[in-house]
Design a protein around this ligand. Structure first.
Ligand code: AMP
Length: 232
């Protein structure tokens, strides 16, 4: 059985951190459309050049572009036993595309909606730091690196993402409210498997336990054991 998990929530809800913890637990890849797009920008290829301005402005990249990226990634060998989607789908068109793709393969996904209070989100996004090499996420308040400003895993200097600047954060939250939040209703209407978890105050590790319990109680394979730290 393919284990398909969709982590859904606003920017700053902790999807990326949860996905990177959960991938060790489920042994399936973490597929983040934001990370894939940033990689294209870093490489400076044609796609990267096309999407750079949109991403820096905090608006959404065109549906066809992300649909194609995700579809190509899901076709890779390591995604055949399952995957964790982070940051996709974000629009109704993307959700319809994904649902069609899953249904045509008989894959039943679990959507986990991480619900986080608006003020917590703004504080989190402002404190967010990322390793430019391995992509590990930290937060100066809730999940700091062991040495300030340095990645625990590879010693790279951590950076503030361009789109974590205040004006861009506001734009990204607006995009979420208008385009992405309505997908909760879409998932409900379509009878998809949706679970909501309050993620405002938990540490990443405590939240992982809840997420794993949710998956464990819903999947035939039994509960997975979260045996990793937030830095992994
Ligand atoms: P994230 O890292 O998920 O917060 O995404 C960062 C940025 O990448 C977003 O603000 C969008 O510009 C773009 N992006 C990521 N995923 C998507 C998506 N599913 N649809 C459209 N744009 C996306």
């Amino acid at each position: 059985m393919t284990q398909a998990v969709v982590l859904f929530g606003s920017p700053g809800s902790g999807k990326g951190t949860q996905a990177s913890l959960l991938k060790n637990c489920l042994k399936v890849p973490h597929i983040s459309t934001g990370d894939m797009l940033r990689e294209h920008i870093r490489e400076g290829n044609a796609l990267g050049v096309r999407v750079a301005a949109t991403m820096h402005a905090g608006t959404l990249v065109r549906d066809e572009v992300v649909d194609q990226l995700v579809e190509a990634r899901l076709a890779e060998a390591d995604a055949q036993a399952g995957f964790i989607l982070d940051g996709y789908p974000r629009t109704r068109e993307q959700a319809e595309h994904l649902v069609g793709w899953l249904d045509s393969r008989g894959i039943r996904e679990l959507v986990i909606h991480l619900i986080v209070d608006y003020n917590v989100i703004v504080t989190r996004l402002a404190g967010r730091r990322q390793c430019p090499r391995c992509g590990t996420l930290y937060n100066t308040l809730s999940n700091p690196s062991r040495v300030e400003g340095v990645c625990d895993l590879d010693g790279q200097a951590l950076v503030v993402r361009d789109d974590d600047r205040e004006s861009v954060i506001r734009q990204r939250l607006e995009e979420y409210e208008s385009q992405s939040r309505p997908l909760i209703e879409f998932f409900r209407e379509k009878g998809r498997h949706l679970v909501e978890i309050d993620a405002s105050h938990e540490t990443p590790e405590a939240l992982l336990v809840q997420v794993c319990r949710t998956i464990g109680s819903l999947e035939a394979g039994g509960p997975c054991e979260p045996a990793v730290s937030a830095a992994e």
